[in-house]
Design a protein around this ligand. Structure first.
Ligand SMILES: C[S@@+](CC[C@H](N)C(=O)[O-])C[C@H]1O[C@@H](n2cnc3c(N)ncnc32)[C@H](O)[C@@H]1O
Length: 194
């Protein structure tokens, strides 16, 4: 999507949708062969495919601050449909421990488990939205200190996670901005950048 399309999609999203509902499903449904997906993944297609408004916010923040990169790495991309938002602007690498079935020009998907990644995050623009930190206590078993250690040297980091992780990461970045959000007390969305 172009910046103008993102601005307009964001406005439409804010006016008509909320977190239990996704507009991106409508925009991407013909690109995805949902018959390839197991039933438990299909079940939430109509309701929710990603935290769509966070991704709009992140790209618009890049534009406002003149930090649009050539490439982003999105850790914990789940289905990966948010790659559609990036595809006219920024090369997208989505990573998840679950296999990603989406095929989209401009997007690369890696079925890998953070922190054991085949690419370096150093000096990159990285997104981790409701993934690292959010899932620590469940089966993923990645600790806060491992997350902090692996995310402290990015160039720009968009993260929705716990305050403990975010506050520790703040020491490694020059700039900090928090996005206003209805989940901001428990899982704040922030950008940290240099
Ligand atoms: C709640 S979803 C968020 C999806 C997307 N980022 C969004 O904002 O809509 C979290 C995803 O993070 C993935 N995840 C959690 N820990 C991970 C890890 N250590 N390595 C790779 N993926 C991970 C899960 O498999 C899941 O698909």
């Amino acid at each position: 999507m172009t910046i103008e399309e993102i601005k307009s999609a964001h406005m439409i999203y804010n006016d008509h949708y909320h977190r239990n509902h996704s507009r991106l499903y409508e925009l991407t449904k013909d690109l995805i062969d949902w018959s390839e997906y197991p039933d438990e993944e299909k079940a939430f297609v109509d309701e929710f495919v990603c935290f769509e408004d966070d991704y709009y916010n992140y790209i618009l923040h890049m534009e406002r601050n003149n930090i649009i990169p050539k490439q982003v790495v999105d850790i914990g991309c789940q289905l990966g449909v948010q790659a559609f938002i990036f595809r006219d602007l920024i090369a997208y690498i989505g990573i998840d421990s679950y296999p990603i079935r989406l095929k989209l020009a401009g997007a690369t998907f890696l079925n890998e488990m953070f922190p054991n990644l085949s690419i370096s995050l150093e000096n990159k623009t990285v997104i981790s939205n409701m993934s690292l930190g959010y899932f620590n206590s469940e089966k993923f078993g990645v600790t806060d200190s491992v997350i902090i250690d692996n995310l402290k040297n990015c160039k720009t980091l968009y993260i929705a996670s716990t305050w403990n992780i975010i506050n520790s990461l703040r020491d490694y970045y020059k700039h900090f901005e928090q996005f206003k959000d209805d989940m901001m007390d428990e899982f704040p969305r922030v950008c940290l950048w240099n």
